[in-house]
Ligand binder design. Structure first.
Ligand code: NAI
Length: 332
């Protein structure tokens, strides 16, 4: 029996999380869920967006499955997602982007992975007002974090038999910060001679991703570029409803989709649970429940291959629950 922390999140979070939990349970794997709230709901109830009980639960269980959590724009509380990654030092963000059968998209057959540094850079949101009308936002890049994420990317590449890593940067302009990131990538790469190392400036990389994405295998990005580039990659294979993610550290891992709380479709029961379900497959592999992971993945691929049950974001009419039921039926 595994004990796993479950954070359904808000917006479409609880809808997709419930669907995914049903599929996982139907796979036969024994999990006891410890459910916790976060974000606005937790702020109202406990006066804190990231309750101590939640952090302690993940520290104890070492694994969590998480739905998206809304972050107010411009004002209000700071991101719970960023807070969680920092509190647990989940330094590596892994986002495998793989095209699925029968999904209308620009790049059928695409298979790449975005590895994103998760703890620093501009994405930390370290900002202050210097004087009225002037705001400073700090981009901090360290040798420690850049080396650590490079090691993660190369070791992942070796384990998964991937052939090439492209470091995405803007070291022509940010010579010191992105320059340091690049230097660490090159140093670590020397220990992995079988893996091809490339580097590309982020603006060119964006264009190349749209025009010729098949040239990429693994993209290694600092935090902000990784955030943007992974949504772009999701767009290449049919949208945010499909792409999974994992936040991994030495002491724990949180599995969550790339997408956010999708307020435009929340409460309608039409969100695509595939992204969170694929995150759950990553999670099951992580806890070495490989059979259950394979069973769910095979069923999910069958549903896509048959193409009869599809949610609206990819051209179908199925609801979240109907899609989950179709995956469960394929497992029977
Ligand atoms: P979003 O990812 O929530 O939505 C962007 C677009 O993709 C929307 O049109 C939405 O309907 C669609 N979409 C997303 N997931 C979908 C799914 N599973 N099925 C079908 N369609 C889907 O991005 P947005 O609107 O920029 O962010 C909304 C909120 O989510 C913000 O408060 C943001 O801070 C938060 N957010 C949270 C994340 C997390 O918890 N890890 C990640 C990204 C955003």
């Amino acid at each position: 029996m595994h004990r796993i922390t479950l954070i359904p999140g808000d917006g479409i979070g609880p809808e997709v999380a419930a669907a995914v939990v049903r599929v996982i349970e139907a796979s036969g794997v024994q999990i006891e869920w410890e459910e916790h709230i976060a974000g606005q709901e937790a702020l109202d109830k406990f006066g804190k967006t990231l309750p101590d009980e939640l952090i302690e639960s993940i520290q104890r269980n070492k694994v969590a499955l998480k739905g998206p959590i809304t972050t107010p724009v411009g004002k209000g509380f700071t991101s719970v997602n960023v807070g969680l990654r920092k509190a647990l030092d989940l330094y590596a963000n892994l986002r495998p982007v793989r095209a699925l059968p029968n999904v209308p998209c620009r790049n059928p057959g695409l298979d790449l992975v975005v590895v994103r540094e998760n703890t620093e850079s501009l994405y930390s949101g370290i900002e202050h007002e210097v004087v009225p009308g002037v705001v400073e936002s700090l981009k901090i890049i360290t040798e420690k974090a850049s080396t650590r994420i490079s090691r993660f990317a190369f070791s992942y590449a070796r384990n998964q038999q991937r052939k090439q890593i492209t470091a995405i940067h803007k070291a022509n302009i940010m010579k010191m910060s992105d320059g340091l990131f690049l230097k660490c990538f090159e140093e670590v790469g020397k220990l992995y001679p079988e893996i091809e190392m490339r580097q590309m400036i982020v603006d060119n990389a964006s264009m190349q991703l749209v025009m010729r994405p098949e040239q990429f295998d693994i993209l290694l990005c600092e935090n902000l570029y990784g955030d943007i580039v992974s949504d772009l990659c999701a767009g290449l294979i049919g949208g945010l409803g499909l792409v999974p993610g994992a936040n991994i550290g030495e002491r724990g891992a949180v599995f969550e989709a790339v997408h956010g709380s999708a307020p435009d479709i929340a409460g309608k029961g039409i969100a695509n649970p595939t992204a969170l379900l694929q995150s759950a497959i990553l999670m099951l592999n992580h806890i070495e429940e490989r059979k259950a992971a394979e069973k769910i993945e095979t069923a999910l691929l069958k549903v896509f291959t048959e193409g009869k049950v599809r949610t609206r974001d990819i051209g179908g009419t199925a609801t979240t629950d109907e899609f989950a039921a179709a995956v469960i039926e394929q497992m029977a």
